[in-house]
Every structure is written in structure tokens, then in C-alpha cells.
Design a binder for this molecule. Structure first.
Ligand SMILES: Cc1ncc(COP(=O)(O)O)c(C=O)c1O
Length: 446
């Protein structure tokens, strides 16, 4: 049992047992995974994880923003155990069970918008996006789609066609789904139109009507606009409120589905259930996964009831909405609702306050942004030119690991804080102090 809430390193990294696993991994496991450092996990509790050699790490990655209620929360573990002893699988595709409807009611009640909602269950973020893509085409009877540069929506062929995060994710797979137009994401630190947020007239949204709908695709043929309200893999970039509202106005005007991909930004991570709530938007379709079941595989697509009008047989999944995963999701939901969404807001605010002067104190910190416990830090070679410093970002991520702090990169040259939503102020301070001193040391050599 882990007896500390802060890191404790007892071997050099990787330790001997970890080194053995790395050898086997190189021999047997698909080389397509992208591991930054050799963390071989064995057990986790709350916001800490112990590796196979007994080293304890503070986890500010949360299994890529997944273990929302921390590792192995006792309520989640007991819900899984109880459900596993009762019914593991039945398949909602052909049969009924109460878990599906119980959780659908809970989730539908917290998705914005007054219209009744319907819920589709899959197994992952990509499947939630795939369902949203098919549903928007089915519902509108249109086949064109708009997505954004830098977006990540998953790696199945449909979701991948919307993804434009890194070319390596698309390279080698041939022709993807047609009819997808990518436009620049509203990144105010790197405005694609070289404008200032205060006076920009939201070019990144109005470009749809001014240019895209005139030159590339008629709006009457567009089924959906897919947007991450906070771009995740693209670097933790929040879309401004004015932009989201303009996007909503445009999509409503032309009968286009506004799909908010909240796979990474949802389930309370930003201090509200959904990142889109911070912008006052009401998506037609919302995609959910990652934090929804504290680590059990579940993907959910929620739409307005009038939008989810496909017929029996149109879409389904054998495992989607598995009773054990939903049991974990029910326990997760209760914990988030009771205390952890508020904790994400409070601790997130504390971290942002602690880092507020970093762009002044650290010459390689270009931008700090995010909401709640979804925080990105962009690393640059020079604050004026904003030259991206991927090499320095990678050094920070590696150095954090050697100090017992697990973080992940995001985008080309940012790193992210996406800890479990249970993280406390002492753990947050440890993470901030650790990165602060890594930055100070690194800056001596640049
Ligand atoms: C916004 C977003 N959508 C979709 C996905 C794909 O989710 P999964 O890896 O569960 O398929 C991700 C994963 O990082 C994501 O961040």
C-alpha cells in the first residue's frame, strides 16, 4: 500500500524491474505507442502511482486525463467489484439493462440545453466521435464536415479524418474520409490572423461565412462543425467565449450540428461539467470519454433527442455501455458531483495563481492557459519571436520524471497539467515548485 502522497524515489530510473519490462515491451508491443519516459506502473492510489521497483510518483498526467477520481478510488473499485459479481456483460445492442438508462438519465441532466437528450454508448473517445460523425451525417442528410487545425478527435479512420494534430498520425494510411475542411483554431497566443483578441472581431469564426462557405463548401452541405472547446492534444488552448458563441450562431443559422468534443475537457476537469459551459454554448452533440468512468473504457455520445433520430440497426457496439464500466461511471459521477468538480476549480485556480508571474520570471515560458485542472504551459526559445522550443519542452518533461513528477507534453511545444481531480493543494504546490526549479535550471543553459 502506498503510504505517501508525494514522490519517493528509491532506485535510479528506470529501476531493474522496469528495465526488464522495457526489454519485453520492445520485443512484443506495437511500436506505434509514444512513450516519453520509462514509467512502468504497478499500483496507484489517489494522485500517486508506484512503479514496479517501488518508486512513487506524483501523477499529473492521470493516464492522459482519465483517472478523474484518482487511481483506484474505493467507491469506484467497490462499484466495479459489485457489478462484476452480478452481471459483466449482456450487450445493450440486443438487450436491456438498468445501468444504461440509470447513467443516461444522470448524464443527460447535466448536459446543457433544455431539450431532452438521448445517449449512445461506445468504448472510447474515438468511438464517441465516430458516432457523432455518423449521427450528424445521418440526421442532416449532408456529408461535409468542418474541423480545426491542431485538433485531436481520435485515430479510427473517421475520427482521424477530423484530427489534424500531427502529420505522423495520418501518414501512411492513405486517403481518409472526404469532405472534411480544416480551418485555423482560435489560438489567441498565436492568432492565425495576426490580430489582437480585444479588437479581432472573431475572424476565426466569421471566416466560415466570409470565405469557407463562399469558396470551399456550401453551408447547405455541411453536416457538422467539430470543435474541442479547449484543444487538448493541440496544446491545451481554450477557445474564447465570443468565438464559441459566434460559432453557435453560424451553425444554428445553417442547420449545421455543433459538436463539442469534450472527451478530454469534460467530466468536471475544468471546474464545470463541460468546458463549453464556460462559454455559454449548447452543443447539439457532445462527445465524452476519458474521465467518465475513472479508467474503465467508456465513450458516450449525447445529442438532443430530436437529433438522435437514427433507426434500429443504424449504429451500435457489442461492448459499448458495458454494465461494469457504467457502474464505474455512476460512482465517478457521484464523486465528481459531490466534491471533485469543485476541487478541480479550487486547486486549478490555486495553480494558475502560483504560475501567474511565470511569463515574467521565466524567459522560456511563452503562455500559460487553461481552466480548472486542464492547464497548459507553452515553452518558447524567445518570448518576442515566440519561436517554439520543442527540445526544451521535452527536457522539462524528462526532468520532471527524474524528480518523481509525471507530466505529459501537449501540442508541439507545450506541456500539460491534467492531474486526477482529487489532487490537493500540497500536491499542487509540489508540482508547481518542481517545474519552477526545472525552468530556473534550464534557463541557465539557454
Ligand atoms: C478531444 C479528444 N477526442 C477524442 C480522443 C480520442 O479518445 P480515445 O483515445 O479514447 O479514442 C481524445 C484522446 O486524446 C481527445 O483528447
Amino acid at each position: 500500500m502506498i503510504d505517501t502522497k508525494l514522490p519517493k524515489l528509491i532506485t535510479k530510473l528506470p529501476g531493474p524491474k522496469a528495465a526488464e519490462v522495457l526489454k519485453l515491451d520492445a520485443q512484443y508491443i506495437s511500436p506505434s505507442y509514444t512513450r516519453d519516459y520509462p514509467m512502468v506502473a504497478k499500483t496507484g492510489r489517489g494522485a500517486v502511482v508506484e512503479d514496479v521497483d517501488g518508486n512513487v510518483f506524483l501523477d499529473f498526467a492521470a493516464g492522459i486525463a482519465v483517472v478523474s477520481t484518482g487511481h483506484c478510488h474505493p467507491d469506484v473499485v467497490s462499484a466495479i467489484q459489485k457489478q462484476a459479481a452480478e452481471l459483466i456483460h449482456m450487450s445493450g445492442t440486443d438487450f436491456y439493462y438498468t445501468q444504461m438508462t440509470d447513467f443516461a438519465q444522470k448524464l443527460a441532466a447535466v448536459v446543457p440545453g433544455s431539450e431532452q437528450k438521448k445517449v449512445y454508448y461506445g468504448n472510447s473517445g474515438a468511438e464517441a466521435v465516430e458516432a457523432a460523425l455518423k449521427l450528424s451525417r445521418y440526421h442532416t442528410k449532408r456529408d461535409k464536415t468542418i474541423a480545426f487545425y491542431g485538433s485531436f478527435h481520435g485515430r479510427t479512420m473517421g475520427a482521424l479524418s477530423l484530427t489534424s494534430s500531427k502529420a505522423v498520425q495520418r501518414k501512411g494510411f492513405g486517403t481518409l474520409l472526404g469532405g472534411v475542411t480544416h480551418i485555423p483554431y482560435p489560438n489567441c497566443y498565436r492568432c492565425p490572423y495576426n490580430l489582437e483578441p480585444k479588437s479581432c472581431a472573431i475572424e476565426c469564426a466569421t471566416i466560415l461565412e466570409r470565405e469557407i462557405f463562399k469558396r470551399i463548401v456550401d453551408p447547405e452541405e455541411v453536416s457538422a462543425v467539430f470543435i474541442e472547446p479547449i484543444q487538448g492534444e493541440g496544446g491545451y488552448v481554450p477557445a474564447p467565449k465570443e468565438f464559441m458563441q459566434e460559432l453557435q450562431r453560424i451553425t444554428r443559422k445553417y442547420g449545421i450540428m455543433l459538436v463539442c468534443d469534450e472527451v478530454q475537457s469534460g467530466m468536471g476537469r475544468t471546474g464545470k461539467w463541460w468546458a463549453s459551459e464556460h462559454t455559454g454554448t449548447e452543443p447539439d452533440i457532445i462527445t465524452i470519454a476519458k474521465g467518465v468512468a475513472s479508467g474503465m473504457p467508456l465513450g458516450v455520445t449525447v445529442a438532443r433527442a430530436s437529433v438522435m433520430n437514427w433507426t434500429p440497426g443504424a449504429h451500435a457496439s457489442t461492448f459499448g455501455g458495458n454494465p461494469v464500466c457504467i457502474a464505474a461511471a455512476m460512482a465517478t459521477f457521484q464523486l465528481l458531483e459531490k466534491q471533485y468538480i469543485e476541487n478541480a476549480r479550487r486547486v486549478g485556480e490555486h495553480i494558475m495563481n502560483r504560475m501567474a508571474d511565470w511569463t515574467k520570471r521565466h524567459k522560456i515560458v511563452g503562455d500559460i492557459r487553461g481552466r480548472g485542472l486542464m492547464i497548459g504551459v507553452e515553452i518558447v526559445r524567445d518570448q518576442k519571436t515566440k519561436e517554439k522550443a520543442k527540445d526544451l519542452r521535452d527536457k522539462i518533461v524528462d526532468a520532471a520524471f527524474t524528480k518523481g513528477l509525471l507530466i505529459l507534453g501537449a501540442g508541439e511545444n507545450s506541456f500539460r497539467f491534467c492531474p486526477p481531480l482529487v489532487v490537493d493543494q500540497e500536491q499542487a504546490d509540489f508540482a508547481v515548485n518542481t517545474i519552477d526549479s526545472i525552468l530556473t535550471n534550464l534557463e541557465k543553459s539557454v
